[in-house]
Design a protein around this ligand. Structure first.
Ligand code: M6R
Length: 609
């Protein structure tokens, strides 16, 4: 989703801004732009539809230089992707502004500004902000006052960075509902949507809080809170090595991240050698809160929602705790009835997903015992706003299609299950059995990765297909859902998941020799029922691709192709089978020639509603 980089320095910043945009490319975008204040105090702007490389070409052909500048990657919401709609937006040849978020009252503001004589040229919800800022500056206010007067008129979510030729060494920023960090340098200061964008210039960051304004020059960085008072926010140093975005020997981030899973899973579980240590990972306040949990309400989006669906099986079967799971975009607007003693669990790789954040904020104080977030990003908004935090240790995930973040979320949720089970009388031996299974997990995932060539071979059958069905039963149903989501995200093949028992209630009508059917078939108590469901498919001409436990008794035969999965403990099977489905999607997409890491229309961090 949209990315912001801004700099105020004693040196030329165009290359810093472009490098920042390159580092934000993983978030997903469809146009890019940059504005600089040059030495004669003129605004110089390049904007291009498409990749950051197009912007670089423009800069190469017509180089602009300046010590103060803002840059942006835009993921279109209001108005098509185009040079005109790309940010920065300018007003009066004086002000330039970039924005991440959505301004909900932009239509009313357009009318107001048009009546005041401003010509609005783009279809965006952003341009009005540039004119509001210009209007306040023209009335004689300082840049800070102008930004303060502007943001109070905005409804919706924003992270903003703006420059004004009358304040040529200053960038002013503001945030509400969308992330913005300030990067601290020597003789230079920066703003960005996330720390990744600025790691080439600093390792010291200030995480701005809701409704903060920030004013940077080369030699100063001042934060103001919503009341307009000067405030000190802590400067945090990012540790070396946590945010490397190097492809190494891999062709894509997605396959690199799939192969990083044994290490990521091990790191997430590291040190949790007994139930007590498992619990410590949720923080000091966890025991007192966990003691009172009678029910769990999970809220998340996309892949993280699927992790929640898997957790429901664990929480109810192993811990005996009632659990509900809902997508955040529905939960946040629904009138709800909650039972006393309910723990709200939000799951989010990025920790910035707008719907999940809104769901957390909309939860009434008396509705939940407290909140727990499972996230991969320290200092993200959800991490800062929840009572308890479990940080997965997947390392930065660049591929838009989530892989290692999902499997590490599952480890976190199995650890939550263990922590709650202890209080509900789960035997010591069963607790230890699950811990041993988790310790064995990286090895099982490694064995699955060794099936890469076999999966690649299977994937060839999907390239010419337009649709696919994914089937699972029990805890493998959400894994089938995740497999289908992965395939549709990166290969653009329409894929749907069903619990296999539902087939004959409708989807069986779709089955013919043009509809590949993928079945997730570990050797569990539902295996025989699943086999009958698969026979229903085969006898109607469907072609089956069965990801089956070696011991499940499947054999390759006409219209049935088997991927023999390593035999592993039942509790970790959802994680292990996920890895094989990730490989399938990757290889299908690779052969179809799609942009695996940046699928069309999607963004890594969905910070708008
Ligand atoms: O950062 P989050 O986990 O909150 O993101 C939620 C979804 O946007 C995300 O999982 C999305 O579905 C991915 N593209 C899935 O691969």
């Amino acid at each position: 989703m949209c990315g912001i980089v801004a700099a105020a320095a004693r040196r030329e910043v165009s290359e810093i801004l472009l490098e920042g945009l390159r580092r934000l490319e993983y978030r997903g975008y469809d146009s890019a732009g940059m504005a600089l204040i040059d030495e004669k105090h003129n605004l110089k702007i390049h904007k291009r539809k498409g990749k950051v490389s197009e912007l670089e070409n423009a800069q190469r052909q017509h180089p602009y230089h300046g010590n103060t500048g803002i840059a942006h990657t835009r993921w279109a919401t209001h108005g098509e992707p185009s040079g005109l709609n790309a940010h920065p937006h300018i007003s009066g040849q004086r002000v330039a502004l970039v924005h991440n978020g959505i301004i909900e009252n932009h239509a009313a503001l357009r009318v107001e500004l048009s009546e005041a004589g401003y010509e609005i040229t783009s279809a965006t919800d952003t341009e009005v902000i540039a004119h509001l800022l210009h209007s306040s500056l023209s009335a004689g206010g300082s840049l800070l006052q102008a930004m303060q007067q502007t943001v109070v008129k905005l409804e919706g979510a924003y992270a903003l960075a703006a420059i004004d030729i009358a304040n040529p060494d200053t960038v002013i920023g503001a945030r509400k509902g969308s992330p913005l960090v300030a990067g601290v340098g020597i003789g230079e200061n920066f703003l960005a949507s996330d720390t990744m964008a600025l790691r080439q210039v600093t390792d010291r960051f200030i995480y701005l809080e809701e409704e903060d304004l920030v004013c940077i020059t080369p030699d100063s960085l001042q934060v103001y809170n919503a009341d307009g008072s000067k405030v000190q926010r802590p400067v945090e140093r990012i540790k070396e090595g946590l945010e490397t975005a190097d492809l190494g020997s891999f062709d894509h981030y997605m396959i690199k991240e799939i192969f990083e899973q044994p290490a990521a899973l091990e790191a997430t579980f590291a040190g949790a050698t007994n139930a007590q240590k498992v619990e410590e990972r949720f923080g000091l306040a966890a025991p007192a809160l966990f003691d009172r949990v009678k029910k769990v309400q999970i809220v998340a989006c996309g892949t993280s929602f699927h992790a929640g669906l898997v957790a429901r099986y664990w929480l109810e079967e192993i811990a005996g705790v009632s659990c509900e799971v809902e997508v955040a975009s529905e939960f946040r607007y629904r009138k709800r009835v909650q039972y006393e003693g309910t723990l709200l669990v939000v799951i989010s790789q990025s920790g910035e997903t707008a719907d999940t954040l809104a769901a957390l904020r909309n939860a009434n104080a008396d509705e939940f015992l407290g909140s727990l977030v499972v996230s991969n990003v320290d200092n993200s908004s959800l991490v800062r706003e929840c009572d308890l935090v479990f940080l997965t240790r997947a390392g930065i995930e660049i591929g838009v299609a989530s892989t290692k973040a999902f499997t590490t979320q599952l480890v976190a949720l199995l650890m939550l299950t263990l922590a709650l089970s202890r209080r509900r009388g789960l035997s010591e031996s069963r607790q230890q059995d699950i811990i041993t299974a988790l310790q064995y997990l990286p090895r099982c995932v490694q064995q699955t990765l060794e099936l890469n060539d076999a999966v690649q071979h299977l994937s060839e059958a999907f390239i010419s297909k337009r649709h696919a069905l994914f089937l699972g039963r029990g805890i493998q149903y959400p894994i089938a859902m995740e497999g289908a989501l992965k395939l549709k995200e990166i290969s653009y093949i329409h894929a749907e998941a069903y619990p296999a028992g539902e087939l004959k209630h409708g989807p069986l009508a779709l089955v013919d020799d043009d509809m590949p059917v993928v079945a997730v078939a570990p050797n569990d108590e539902l295996l025989e029922k699943l086999k009958s469901n698969l026979e229903e498919v085969r006898s109607r001409g469907g072609e089956l691709f069965v990801f089956a436990d070696k011991e499940a008794g499947f054999a390759n035969e006409s219209r049935v192709r088997i991927l023999p999965m390593p035999h592993c403990h039942e509790v970790i099977r959802p994680i292990v089978y996920t890895v094989a489905l990730q490989l399938l999607s990757y290889h299908v997409a690779l052969q179809k020639g799609t942009d695996v890491d940046k699928p069309r229309n999607l963004a890594k961090s969905v910070t708008v509603e």
